[in-house]
Ligand binder design. Structure first.
Ligand code: UD1
Length: 340
């Protein structure tokens, strides 16, 4: 089976846009869908600057079945990579209905349309959050799904279950559930990167805004975790590596279809303070910080075992934390007010 034309929902977002670049580089034909809720249309121009290609774009909310159907009808699609979804953990706690409606609604719409238009391959953007509060690290794909600590995470668990059931009911349906650990960094050109609205929730964009003087200092949420230096440990993966993981997954589905689950991380844990030091070293800049109270819902350690992805996809992360710190800062400096 050859997969060529790939519908990429949420294709102008942080991970989606980087994946579009990776697809173009490998000769795939991405067709981008995004409702611009959390992305800018100008990202298309940036994709063109980087790749020399301007992908076909539909400004569509994936919950709008009739509108999304046009993208299926007008293109002979071979596969869908479904990134589109809301992702702010705190907001999901305050507005659970918004998260369940949108994230489940868009996934179900994509699934229905794949069924109707006989698209047999779906790659889903899942998260390490499906492992909930881990009993031990590293995390393996065979570890149980646990109650996520927030509605955002719960939508990822639910969509994984929905896609598994759909694959069980239809043996011709190939599903890849990709569990991302903590994506950071940006395109080395500085044209694409993480562009959060308002004050960032996640660590790397926060550090970047401190680095350029937009925020006065980093708040380190707790230094009394059961980790070597007391600060939280995560598995930070460069977004370019992560994007390449999607291409490797499509190649796997081409030759060996079925239902597959992969952790996409580096296999290595890094603490908050280690990340701060790596950022300082990579960019020659000091990051002031203050130790503060723990953030509710955070866990001590969360990192992946990624042997399965290497074994079955031949994929592994090749970029370092320093590369990611350099690329994230480069993006921040070139886009002080985000992508405009
Ligand atoms: C969070 C989400 C996760 C989601 C992921 C997306 C939670 C509980 N989890 O992961 O579901 O998939 O983002 O990227 O929100 N930290 C600070 N100061 C800050 C920000 C973070 O010290 O200003 C620390 C945190 O305590 C944690 C680490 O940095 O130890 C990473 O935090 P973050 O970047 O928010 O990612 P996660 O919480 O791992």
């Amino acid at each position: 089976m050859s997969l060529k034309r790939i519908l990429v929902t949420g294709g102008l977002g942080f991970i989606g846009s980087e994946t579009v670049i990776a697809l173009l580089k490998e000769g795939y034909e991405p067709i981008v869908v995004d409702d611009l809720y959390n992305a800018k249309e100008v990202v298309l121009d940036r994709i063109e600057t980087i790749s020399g290609r301007h992908p076909l774009f539909y400004k569509i909310d994936c919950c709008d079945e009739r509108a999304l159907e046009a993208a299926f009808k007008e293109n002979e699609l071979d596969a869908v990579i479904h990134f589109a979804g809301y992702k702010a953990v705190g907001e999901s706690v305050a507005k659970p209905t918004k998260y369940y409606s949108n994230n489940l609604g868009s996934a179900l719409t994509v699934l229905r349309l794949c069924n109707r238009y006989r698209i047999h391959s779906i790659v889903f953007s899942s998260s390490a959050t499906v492992y909930g509060v881990p009993e031990r690290v590293p995390l393996f794909e065979t570890d149980p799904l646990r109650d996520a600590t927030n509605p955002y995470g719960e939508t990822k668990v639910m969509i994984e279950r929905i896609l598994r059931d759909a694959a069980k009911a239809d043996p011709t349906l190939n599903v890849a559930l990709l569990r991302y650990f903590n994506p950071i960094g940006g395109h080395p050109s500085g044209l694409l990167g993480e562009d959060p609205n308002g004050i960032p929730n996640n660590l790397m964009p926060y550090i970047c805004q401190v680095a350029v003087g937009k925020l006065p200092y980093l708040r380190v949420y707790g230094d009394d975790y059961k980790t070597p230096d007391g600060t939280g440990v995560r598995d930070y993966i460069h977004v370019v590596d992560l994007a390449e993981g999607h291409v490797a997954t499509l190649k796997k589905l081409e030759k060996d279809p079925g239902l597959v689950v992969y952790n996409l991380g580096t296999g290595k844990g890094t603490s908050v303070l280690e990340l701060v030091r790596a950022f300082e070293k990579a960019n020659g800049i000091e990051i002031p910080y203050k130790i503060e109270a723990r953030r509710p819902g955070d866990v001590d350690m969360n990192y992946a075992n990624c042997d399965k992805a290497f074994r079955e996809l031949g994929w592994k992360a090749r970029l370092t934390i320093e590369d990611a710190c350099r690329d994230a800062y480069n993006f921040q400096k070139k886009n002080p007010n985000g992508i405009e």
